[in-house]
Design a protein around this ligand. Structure first.
Ligand code: 5GP
Length: 210
């Protein structure tokens, strides 16, 4: 029986370490397919076109919206971010678990389109740690950091909409927690009804002496 792919949404405050966690999760467990988003944001130093993001002009992004090529998109600190539909559909149909690293508005849209999607929220153990990490990254201006912190305040109000909370204190522990959450999701009864029905029938057969 082919294992059905699960859609996993990972959100978290900017600076909570989602990117690093995703890299380590994919390095350790090759079965996961990480969706690459489209964005109108400028590439940061070291970011690669098609690997970190599909960097687009505003016009090109709006065309993707118009053509229905995105499953969801949102505006975040003055830029568009969106999830290309084709990759997600293709990988899910191959039975792969697909991870979307997206913010909260996108997470909501995914949950309403795919009610069985699993929503994880990554946080630091305190706001101070978050602020330090954002400043240490050194890729954003103070103004952008402030906007991102402001956004974190708004996002913190929506955490209850998520299924799981993961605290990024120790990277390895965090990666293992996420992997085991996904493995547990695969054990949900709804994905195994074929087996349940088969065992039921076999049991009846046994009683009849077949
Ligand atoms: P960053 O600029 O730091 O790479 O990303 C900013 C925020 O946009 C992060 O919270 C990230 O999770 C989110 N994001 C990245 N890609 C997408 C996407 O395709 N859709 C949505 N809704 N958010 C995204």
């Amino acid at each position: 029986m082919v294992r059905k792919g699960i859609l996993i949404v990972v959100s978290g405050f900017s600076g909570a370490g989602k990117g690093t966690i995703m890299k380590e999760l994919l390095r350790k467990y090759e079965q996961y397919a990480l969706s690459v988003s489209a964005t109108t944001r400028e590439p940061r130093e070291g970011e690669v076109q098609g690997k970190d993001y599909f960097f687009k002009t505003r016009e090109a992004f709006e065309q993707m919206i118009a053509k229905g090529e995105l499953i969801e998109y949102a505006c975040y600190v003055n830029n568009y971010y969106g999830t290309p539909k084709a990759y997600v559909e293709e990988k899910l149909s191959e039975g792969r678990d697909v991870i979307l690293e997206i913010e909260i508005q996108g997470a909501r849209k995914i949950k309403s389109q795919f009610p069985e999607a699993v929503l994880l929220f990554v946080t630091t153990k305190s706001a101070q740690v978050l602020k330090e990490r954002l400043s240490r990254r050194g890729t954003e201006t103070q103004e952008i950091i402030d906007q991102r912190l402001e956004r974190a305040v708004q996002e913190s109000e929506g955490i209850e909409e998520y299924d799981y909370l993961v605290v990024n204190d120790d990277l390895e522990i965090c990666v293992e927690e996420i992997h085991s959450i996904i493995e547990s999701e695969h054990r949900r009864l709804q994905y195994h009804m074929e087996l349940v029905r088969k065992v039921r029938e076999e049991l009846k057969g046994l009683l009849k002496g077949e």
